[in-house]
Design a binder for this molecule. Structure first.
Ligand SMILES: *Cc1c(COP(=O)(O)O)cnc(C)c1O
Length: 334
C-alpha cells in the first residue's frame, strides 16, 4: 500500500468539477443585473436576473451550457451524428442543432409531434441549422439511433433536455460562475425546472460553493401528484453526477425545493404565463418565453404577491432562455 496519496485524492470537489472536459459554445459569464423597475413596481424583494437567454448560440438558452459538456463527451467517442429529442418547440433541440453546426457534426432531431402546418420559432431555426427532423409521436430515441446506425452513421444520443450526469455538470459550474461574479448575496435563486439537469446542477454547485441562499425550482411539467417522483429524480441525478466526477458530496430529496403549484399542463399558456411575459417585456424590455420562463416568472410574481418573501430578500431570477417559442405562440400572448 502506498504511503503517499495519489494526486486525485488531493483534489477539492470544485477542482473535480473544473477539470471536466467541455467545448466552448456559450458566451460566459452571462450578465447579472438588477430588475430595477420591476422591483419598484412590485414593492417587494429586490429582483435580479441572470441572463442565460444570452448564451449566444442561435438565440441562446440553458441547453448551450449543458451541450458544452455533452459534446465534449461525444467528441471523445468518435461519433459523427448527434441525436436528441423534444417537444415541437424544443429549445434543447434547437440549441443542439446549432451546436452541431459549430462542431461539424450531423444532427438528427426527434420532435414528438405531427409535422406542423407552419414552420415557426424553434422549428425554423432547427432547419436553418441543417438538422434532420423526424416527426413522430410514437418513436423513441433508441429506434432513431438504430436507424441512423443502419444508414451508416455513428450516432451519439443526448437525452431529453440534455439532463444526465454529464449535462448537469454545466449548472454546477454555473454556480461557481456566479460566485465569482457576485456583488450581492442572493437569498433565493428562482428558475424554471423541468428535466432535472438545471436544478440538480445548481444544487450541486451551491453545496460545493457553500452558497447559503435557497435554490427554488418552479416545476414546469410535474404537478403536485408527481412531486415525490421529481424530487427523487433530482437527488438521483445529483448523486450520479457527483460520483461520476469524484466529488465527495451526497444528496437526498430534502436538498431540493420544487414548487409544483404552477405546472398546469406542459406548454399550456394561461393568464399566469401571459401576464408574466407582458410584465417583463413592458417593465424591463426583456423577453421571456411562454412555456418555461413565463411560467416560472409568473410563479415568482404570484409568490411575491402571496407574501412568500420579505422586503430584505434579494432574488435572482435565472432566465433560462426559450425566446424563439414566442414567435410560434404569438397569437396566444396578445
Ligand atoms: C429546458 C428548459 C428549461 C428547463 O431546464 P431543465 O434542465 O430541463 O430543468 C427551462 N427553461 C427553458 C427555456 C428551457 O428550454
Amino acid at each position: 500500500m502506498s504511503y503517499f496519496k495519489t494526486q486525485e485524492e488531493f483534489l477539492t470537489d470544485i477542482e473535480c468539477l473544473e477539470r471536466q472536459p467541455r467545448v466552448p459554445l456559450a458566451f460566459l459569464p452571462t450578465p447579472i443585473h438588477e430588475l430595477k423597475r420591476a422591483s419598484k413596481t412590485l414593492n417587494g424583494p429586490k429582483l435580479f436576473i441572470k441572463r442565460d437567454d444570452q448564451t449566444g448560440l442561435a438565440l441562446g438558452g440553458n441547453k448551450t451550457r449543458k451541450l458544452e459538456y455533452l459534446l465534449a463527451d461525444a467528441l471523445k467517442k468518435d461519433v459523427d451524428t448527434i441525436i436528441t429529442a423534444g417537444a415541437i418547440q424544443s429549445n434543447h433541440c434547437r440549441q443542439t442543432a446549432a451546436a452541431c453546426s459549430k462542431m461539424g457534426l450531423r444532427c438528427e432531431l426527434l420532435l414528438k409531434s405531427k409535422p406542423p402546418e407552419e414552420i415557426q420559432g424553434n422549428v425554423l431555426l432547427d432547419l436553418l441549422c441543417g438538422a434532420h427532423i423526424h416527426w413522430s409521436e410514437t418513436e423513441d430515441l433508441q429506434s432513431i439511433a438504430k436507424k441512423s446506425q443502419e444508414a451508416g452513421h455513428k450516432p451519439y444520443v443526448v437525452p431529453y433536455g440534455g439532463s444526465n450526469e454529464i449535462g448537469a455538470l454545466a449548472y454546477a459550474n454555473a454556480m461557481v460562475e456566479i460566485q465569482q461574479q457576485l456583488k450581492e448575496n442572493f437569498t433565493h435563486i428562482v428558475f424554471a425546472s423541468c428535466s432535472a439537469g438545471t436544478q440538480s446542477g445548481l444544487v450541486i454547485g451551491s453545496k460545493l460553493t457553500k452558497f447559503d441562499g435557497k435554490i427554488v425550482g418552479i416545476s414546469i411539467e410535474y404537478g403536485k401528484e408527481d412531486q415525490g417522483y421529481y424530487l427523487k429524480m433530482l437527488s438521483d441525478l445529483a448523486n450520479l453526477t457527483c460520483s461520476r466526477i469524484g466529488a465527495k458530496v451526497t444528496f437526498t430529496m430534502d436538498d431540493f425545493i420544487v414548487n409544483t403549484e404552477y405546472a398546469k399542463g406542459y406548454a399550456v399558456i394561461g393568464d399566469l404565463e401571459r401576464d408574466a411575459v407582458l410584465f417583463m417585456a413592458r417593465q424591463e424590455g426583456i423577453l421571456l418565453d411562454p412555456v418555461y420562463t413565463g411560467r416560472a416568472f409568473g410563479g415568482l410574481l404570484d409568490m411575491i404577491e402571496k407574501g412568500a418573501f420579505s422586503k430584505d430578500d434579494k432574488i435572482l431570477f435565472w432566465h433560462t432562455g426559450g425566446t424563439p417559442a414566442l414567435f410560434a405562440r404569438g397569437k396566444e400572448l396578445l
